[in-house]
Design a protein around this ligand. Structure first.
Ligand SMILES: C[S@@+](CC[C@H](N)C(=O)[O-])C[C@H]1O[C@@H](n2cnc3c(N)ncnc32)[C@H](O)[C@@H]1O
Ligand code: SF4
Length: 377
């Protein structure tokens, strides 16, 4: 099974970064250290074909810049939607959009909107150039017409970068978000790889304030649990739902299938597997996406995880738990052998079957979910 575990055959979730540009200058943003530019539009047909062949369903457009800052972004996303993919976007939603742009966002499966706080003054200081009122207005512009038709709007997720500046205002954020019918919340620790700035990691608080911060998270968890709304708290934050557990005895590795099931296409055409690793496994300028995803560099990377000989970025990755090597190999075998979800053993659906499945899912969703868009997954 050794060599077989190194291939994937299937991509479940792709990420496309169309641009590094952005109209805001959030105090903590590290995007400037990343690759600059725009993904040439000529790559899109090849990406769509490869992702269809690999049975991908979900494409997240965003990553390193602000997708909606690119001229013609709605046309590019429209092509992905027309090809049958479900789209998610991580966005600052911070501009006055045209009606056509709003209509494109309304076709998305989910919108992950960056909202660190619902205090407009603090929002302006953290997300420099941004305006909370504009964000909230855009959410209403996207959802109101859909709700008026009695249909289901895109799922709405809020993601907050938690720092010493906003941690004590998170309860307010969550209560407001619940009124806005937010379907899921994400709380991310500040990535300290960025230059020192006005906002600092929660971990830099003194002991007393750290205890207070943990209490805030306990209350936030209570509010969301009572409302039955899912959430994710970064394991590095004091209120994490999944604090880093002690590694299992014996040889260990990261419990991460991203190199098998995910693909991230960066604006310079390079292909990565997650947003924590800057490692490129090939370039669309030199090879098609499908080849890169089964190529030697990515197979070597998968092999390092399977053997527990971790690359530095996997060793320090806070987003995945530790797992024993034998258990992980079993998981990968399940994925590539047809037991696990999205296994390579299953034949990727044809475009026609996939479109039909998307339509069926939408119809099922419209029937089964309330018009508030709640009750995700
Ligand atoms: C780089 S942005 C790109 C998408 C879009 N421009 C936005 O702001 O939502 C992706 C996410 O990373 C978050 N982010 C940016 N800098 C960060 C940092 N230093 N640590 C943790 N999260 C950060 C942003 O707030 C945003 O939610
Ligand atoms: S909106 Fe997103 S990409 Fe733009 S500066 Fe803020 S975090 Fe960075």
């Amino acid at each position: 099974m050794g060599e077989a575990l190194l291939r994937s055959g299937r991509t479940e979730h792709a990420f496309i970064s169309f641009t590094s540009a952005c109209g805001l200058r959030c105090v903590y943003c590290g995007r400037l250290g990343n690759v600059q530019g725009e993904l040439p539009a000529r790559h899109l047909d090849g990406i769509i074909a490869a992702l269809q062949a690999r049975g991908a369903q979900l494409v997240t457009v965003s990553a390193l810049g602000e997708t909606t800052a690119r001229r013609g972004w709605d046309g590019l996303c429209g092509r992905l939607l027309d090809a049958g993919f479900e789209l998610n976007i991580m966005t600052n939603l911070s501009r006055g959009y045209s009606q056509r742009e709003i209509a494109t966002l309304a076709r998305f499966k989910s919108l992950t909107v960056s909202v660190d706080t619902v205090d407009p003054g603090l929002f302006r200081r953290l997300r420099v150039g941004g305006d909370l009122h504009m964000v909230l207005l855009n959410i209403q512009r996207i959802r109101s017409p859909i709700l008026a038709r009695g249909e289901t709007p895109p799922f709405l997720f809020w993601t907050a970068v938690v720092t010493d500046r906003n941690v004590f205002a998170l309860e307010e954020l969550v209560r407001y978000g619940l009124k806005m019918r937010v379907n899921r919340f994400f709380f991310t620790d500040l990535n300290s790889g960025t230059a020192p700035n006005w906002a600092r990691p929660v971990a830099s608080l003194d002991r007393a304030r750290l205890t207070k911060a943990a209490a805030v998270f306990a209350r936030v968890r209570g509010i969301l649990d009572r409302a039955a709304i899912p959430y994710w708290i970064d394991p590095r934050l004091p209120g994490s739902t999944r604090p880093e557990v002690r590694p299992p005895p014996g040889r260990r590795t990261r419990d991460c299938l991203a190199p098998w099931r995910e693909a991230m296409i960066v604006q310079d055409g390079s292909v990565r597997v997650c947003c924590f690793s800057l490692r490129s496994f090939g370039s669309l300028e030199e090879a098609p996406l499908g080849e890169i995803l089964e190529g030697a560099p990515l197979r070597a990377y998968r092999s390092s995880l399977l053997a527990g000989r971790l690359r530095p970025e996997c060793r320090i990755c806070g987003s995945r738990a530790w797992i024993g090597v034998p258990a992980f190999r079993e998981k990968v075998a399940g994925y590539v052998g047809g037991i696990g979800p999205g296994s390579a053993g299953r034949r990727p659906p044809s475009t026609a079957r996939r479109r039909a499945a998307v339509v069926a899912r939408r119809e099922r969703g419209a029937r089964s979910r309330s018009s508030t868009g709640q009750g995700m997954r």
